[in-house]
Design a protein around this ligand. Structure first.
Ligand code: ADP
Ligand code: MG
Ligand code: ZN
Length: 488
């Protein structure tokens, strides 16, 4: 039997980083006591009128531009009508036939090659409130309206993805971009980046799409992959058993490792969409769109390419150091500061040294929470430390010890070295004494060296460094060893 080809299209809801809600001035802060951040507008009280949040809509344009969309000169809000206790108005304000952004794309890597995934549209909408089941006495459901009216963008992809791996790559890249442009905090656990996956299969070679199931309730990258894989397998089982896949909404049950049917899939006409008469159309002229385009920060992919070209990083290093926007900023600031401080140091050298040090020493002390990150010491302190390695005051090994003290005490590298006697032994006489001691203690290795096995030099260097507890200047140790060993 010929195999089936999976077809996947993703709908991502991303909460925009706006201080206030989409149509009122209530704060969007997460974690407040229930119903603290509410007003007549976001409670859906009759007669309350929405006012669009300019900042939030600009963020949505920014997302559209970063994802290659055409920003509509005219777009419009629409009412999506349905009943649910978390939707007090009886409709959600969304966009329908005139969305803000259309026809974008995102390139993902598939088996080492770029594959372009189409983005159908990115529209603006408000979030619903949140139902809390089984609170208090247990038998009731309460509604928390803090989330109601939170600004979202919905990013709808074309059905261009061909498997769970591609879906995962698309989501990771999308999240990365939205975080770097400051539109979304990438917090899957807090629900500020949520994904519905539409999955169908078709016999390989067929162009017509199969019937899809829409998977809801997937809140981690790992679950997305698992849920899609299970759904593909389920649909294959249905078709192979002579059945038909029905169009429906299914939910992923992580504990049971399967998707189950929630309801038949609703169609757009079920929602009775119509333009919201309370809101004016949104107008963006070319000049304003251009200004927003100019203000776009550097995208992560461009950043990584520039680092590889100018800052001496490998592709791997660039990936690690750009895993979070704040880490990327930190690296850039430290590399720049080191290039400035250290004499005649090229940007690429400074970048490489800072990059290595951050990866080996700094990152394990870094913690991130959404878009914010905490660092053990500032980037200029790291540059200060690496600058004293460059000028030969201490070696790389001692630098690690000094760094540990910097983390513990908050003091500068210079102060710690001045107080703690960490400075490298650069006294010629002292180094020569130590070298002589090591040579005398190891006559057979000296014979080996003289017999042509010059590789034992490393052994001698190691012995001298050990004797000086890593404080000797390695370059001087090398030179002294060679001088004494090569002497007749
Ligand atoms: P709705 O909002 O009702 O879910 P849309 O037309 O907006 O419907 O489509 C939602 C998503 O479903 C899009 O990402 C689209 O690419 C995807 N999609 C549509 N048809 C299929 C299909 N047959 N198989 C897989 N994905 C599909
Ligand atoms: Mg959908
Ligand atoms: Zn409000």
């Amino acid at each position: 039997m010929a195999g089936y080809e999976p077809v996947i299209g993703l709908e991502v809801h991303a909460q925009m980083r706006s201080r206030t809600k989409l149509f009122c001035g209530c704060p969007t802060d997460y974690g407040a006591p229930p119903n603290e951040h509410t007003c007549p507008v976001c409670l859906g009280l009759p007669g309350a009128l929405p006012v669009p949040n300019e900042k939030a809509i600009e963020l949505a344009v920014r997302a559209g531009l970063a994802l290659g969309c055409q920003v509509a000169p005219h777009s419009r809000f629409a009412r999506k009508n349905y009943f649910y206790p978390d939707l007090a108005k009886g409709y959600q304000i969304s966009q329908f036939e005139l969305p803000l952004n259309e026809k974008g794309h995102l390139d993902i890597e598939v088996e080492g090659e770029a594959k372009r995934i189409g983005i159908t549209r990115i529209h603006v909408e408000e979030d619903a409130a949140k139902n809390l089941h089984g609170i208090g006495s247990g038998a009731v459901t309460l509604v928390d309206f803090n989330r109601a009216g939170t600004p979202l963008i919905e990013i709808v992809s074309e059905p261009d993805l061909r498997g769970a791996d591609e879906a995962e790559a698309y989501l990771k890249k999308l999240r990365d971009i939205l975080m770097f442009i400051g539109v979304n905090d990438g917090n899957l656990e807090e629900g500020s980046f949520r994904c519905d996956a539409n999955v169908s299969i078709r016999p390989a070679g067929q162009t017509e799409l199969g019937t899809r199931a829409e998977l809801k309730n997937i809140n981690s990258f790992r679950f997305v992959k698992k849920a899609i894989e299970h759904e593909i397998a389920r649909q294959e089982g249905v078709l192979q058993g002579g059945g038909e896949v029905v169009q429906e909404t299914r939910t992923w049950l992580e504990a049971q490792n399967k998707t189950v049917s929630m309801r038949g899939k609703e169609e757009a006409h079920d929602y009775r969409y119509f333009p919201d008469p309370d809101l004016p159309p949104l107008a963006f002229d070319a000049k304003r769109i251009e200004a927003l385009r100019q203000a776009l920060p550097e995208l992560p992919e461009a950043k990584r390419a520039r680092w590889q070209k100018d800052l001496g990083l490998t592709e791997y290093d660039a990936g690690v150091l750009s895993a979070h926007p704040e880490v990327a900023k930190y690296f850039e600031a430290a590399a720049e500061a080191l290039a400035k401080r250290a004499d005649k140091m090229k940007a690429s050298e400074a970048g490489k040294k800072v990059g290595n040090f951050i990866q080996s020493e700094v990152l394990r002390h870094v913690s991130t929470d959404g878009l914010s990150a905490t660092f053990p010491v500032g980037p200029s302190a790291v540059a200060g430390l690496l600058a004293v390695v460059e000028d030969g005051t201490i070696n790389g090994k001692i630098a690690k010890k000094v760094f540990a003290t910097m983390v513990d005490t908050g003091k500068s590298a210079r102060a710690i070295i001045d107080e703690g006697g960490f400075a490298q032994v650069t006294d010629k006489g002292a180094i020569e004494d130590e070298v002589r001691r090591v040579l005398e203690a190891n006559p057979s290795q000296v014979q080996q060296y003289k017999g042509g096995k010059t590789g034992v030099l490393g052994f001698f260097v190691g012995q001298v460094m050990k004797a000086t507890q890593g404080a000797a200047n390695p370059k001087m140790v090398n030179e002294t060893l060679k001088r004494l060993l090569d002497a007749p």
